[in-house]
Design a protein around this ligand. Sequence first.
Ligand code: FE2
Length: 348
Amino acid sequence: MNKKILGRLASGIALAAAVSAAPALAQTKEINIYSQRQNYLIQPLLDTFSKETGIKVNVIFAQNGLVERMKAEGANSPADLLLTADIGFLTNAVEAGVTQPIKSETVEKNIPANYRDPSGQWVGLTSRARVIYASKERVKQDTITYAELADPKWKGKICIRSGQHAYNLALIAGIIAHDGEAKAKEWLKGVKANLATKPAGGDREQAKAIFSGQCDIAIGNTYYMALMASNEKEPDQKKWAEAVKVLFPDAAGRGTHTNISGVVLAKNAPNKESAIKLVEFLTGDEAQKIYADLNNEYPLKKGVALSPVVASWGTLNPDPVSLADIGKHRKRASELVDEVGFDQGPSS
Ligand SMILES: [Fe+2]
């Protein structure tokens, strides 16, 4: 054989090898998740999925920087899915261009439309309500509205974390969606005037402030109440939870503001098919029940039971405004927080 033919043969063999390797790679069933949600919250779900399907799931956890990492990795990113909490982080991922639509009839059937992006770029998996933590001792009323928090009767009695935190931005964005910017701004001014102190800490610190008598009313997410009440590592938190009752704002009216935890499908997902299977699983009855019990969040699929502690707070009537709408108003919400000097506290 001459050199030319040998060369062609060699490249032909290389090509054949490459072609036969390609389907093997595409068929590999392992899913890679980038997760901003802590392992203990999601591992039992993934273990159940793996057991039922034989599909292995690898998780890389990080509190920050996962979207930036996906962006930097580009076409070579091993990520199939990104799991995160809050509409803000989901919107950021879409805006960074690292997502692609999740197209699945199962998902559309399981998750109501107001908890999904209209084009499928993100899907909500669970929800949490942003409720009022009220002092059992000093707050007599058992109903409340968000609007009422701006009433001077609460002067010096309200505690809240930074107005710029994602949870509060979504709440304010919801008020913009319902009432418009001007009213939202007036509301922020009113709440600021009622603050007991400068916004600081997380939601749990606000419950602590109620326990210690610094304020009577705070705003916080539902699941923290469950986390505090069962905190064996820091039993002091049990006392904070015991000092507080949960009031669902606007329960009888337009409903209580809720936010979501959710998922996006990575733009360059190497195992797209398996990844969508996992999203379908996470929105199904079995996983939704695990979410409810393990995370003390609200399942989004209809008919799935709440955890006993969540059920003990009463019935949630969620504000039906779409999370996509809330996502759109977040930027303006953030500007309003600065415009009224919310984070400077009551005195400036
Ligand atoms: Fe949280």
